[in-house]
Design a protein around this ligand. Structure first.
Ligand SMILES: [Zn+2]
Length: 460
């Protein structure tokens, strides 16, 4: 296929160029005014942008939270991702306490065989692990790990484990990602709220203040500095956390941070209103002034990537909560947290370009190039250079798309952006040279996705 007449945007800048996809599913040629060959399909991309497929470095396509589970699976979630312009996901596997990491991985591997787009895995440790366990994951191509500083009852590890894992991971060239919130302090605030009879949705946000995200982010950065290891902060949501990242960057710590569209567009007013339970995610969405700081962080390069933390629940499951109560959850701690987003990330960040907050090249870097580089997929992913996988999005900057749940492909009955029409949407999406979405419709199939063993991370 020859994609002709568009504006190519990738690591080499923004310029008019044609893109030739080879029979091997890789980029064969990029340049001005390429001549179509006999039998070659030509896609006219005049007036369109031609970009590398998006890389979403944070998804949950298989996850059980108490009595409920996420409403998308690998087949449905990755189909939605493709429609929205994302062709690679990195999914979080959780090794629960007492479970061998490779056993957890085999569960996720079986689920992921249905994926429609390419995928890799991060591994979450919820207790101390041996260096051997880290090395085994890396041999398998899992080069990034996650540690929680919150959820003491189930997921959190203490600072000593963080130091140990930072050390063993960095010895093997891997990267630790961190959920940075101060779990024990949050638990104390939750107990106070419940004792005082404050059980409503808004308490989810009040008991997880930005201050405690800032504190944990600063602590994670200090532990990385102590060890001399790189670190990556997932789903950064607030100004104090961003300030902690900047302070660490200024003293030379190799720290990178991701934010998510929900923190760029939603705020506590959504949580406080009707149906507020459908806006519960962790960290919580913040007061609106934080958003301005996050946009500035993206623009100035203090924030490195935009991922989704895609983690959708049916409204029914929100209501019955993690305890599965038919009469409904009793207090805010029982509401499963997470939002749908795998399909809408590219267009929501593109909206920042339309609003003049970001350059188009920033959009491609934040959504494709930087996550590919950071997580060991570069230059196979996140790039349109010759030899890269032909994961190509032909982006129509003027195409409108309703963000109501029923108009999206994600398997969810609630959209955080309901009532909004986004401008900018893919007209054609290729995965390894095959058309996986066209004219807003999914044209691929479960099983098209390939497992991506990843290199040691932080390519420059
Ligand atoms: Zn997550």
């Amino acid at each position: 296929m020859l994609i002709a007449g568009g504006i190519v945007i990738d690591v080499d800048g923004e310029r008019p160029a044609d893109v030739r996809v080879g029979a091997d599913g890789r980029i064969a040629e990029v340049g001005p005014a390429l001549t179509a060959r006999d039998g070659e399909v030509v896609h006219d991309a005049t007036g369109r942008l031609v970009i590398p497929g998006g890389v979403d470095a944070h998804t949950h396509l298989h996850l059980q939270v108490g009595a409920v589970q996420v409403s998308d699976d690998f087949a449905t979630g990755t189909a939605a991702a493709a429609v929205g312009g994302t062709t690679t996901v990195i999914e979080y596997v959780t090794a629960h306490r007492g479970q061998a990491p490779l056993d957890a991985l085999s569960i996720w591997r079986a689920k992921a065989e249905a994926a429609c787009i390419d995928y890799g895995f991060h591994m979450t440790f919820t207790e101390a692990v041996t260096e051997r366990a880290v090395a085994e994951c890396i041999e398998y191509g899992i080069t990034s790990f996650k540690l929680y500083m919150a959820y003491p009852d189930s997921l959190q590890v203490d600072d000593g484990v963080i130091v140990d894992v930072l050390r063993s991971t960095s010895r093997h060239g891997g990267l630790v990602t961190v959920h940075a919130e101060n779990g024990p302090a949050i638990s104390a605030l939750q107990r106070e709220a419940l004792l005082a009879g404050r059980t409503g949705v808004i308490e989810h946000s009040r008991t997880r203040p930005a201050l405690l995200e800032g504190e944990a982010t600063a602590r994670a950065a200090a532990l990385a500095e102590l060890v001399g290891a790189p670190i990556y902060i997932v789903h950064l949501s607030s100004a104090p956390a961003l300030a902690a990242v900047r302070a660490a960057q200024e003293r030379g710590v190799d720290i990178r941070a991701e934010t998510c569209p929900e923190y760029l567009y939603l705020d506590t007013a959504d949580l406080g209103g009707e149906g507020g339970e459908n806006f519960v995610c962790t960290p919580p969405i913040r007061d609106s002034w934080h958003r301005e700081e996050l946009w500035e962080g993206l623009e100035r390069g203090w924030l490195h990537t935009v991922a989704t933390d895609h983690c959708p629940f049916w409204m029914h499951d929100r209501r019955i909560g993690t305890r599965g109560r038919p009469e409904g959850w009793r207090d805010f701690t029982e509401i499963p947290g997470g939002l749908p987003g795998i399909e809408t990330r590219m267009t929501l960040v593109w909206s920042g370009v339309r609003a003049g907050r970001l350059a188009a090249t920033d959009w491609v870097r934040l959504c494709a190039e930087a996550p590919a580089r950071t997580f060991g997929l570069w230059p196979r992913k996140g790039s349109l250079r010759v030899g890269a996988d032909a994961d190509v999005v032909v982006w129509d900057p003027e195409r409108t798309q309703s963000l109501d749940a029923e108009d999206l492909t994600m398997r969810t009955d609630h959209s955080p952006y309901a009532g909004h029409e986004s401008v900018g949407w893919p007209e054609l999406v290729l995965l390894g040279g095959r058309v996986i979405a066209s004219d807003g419709r999914f044209t691929g199939a479960p099983g098209w996705g390939r497992y991506l063993p990843r290199d040691q991370v932080f390519a420059d």
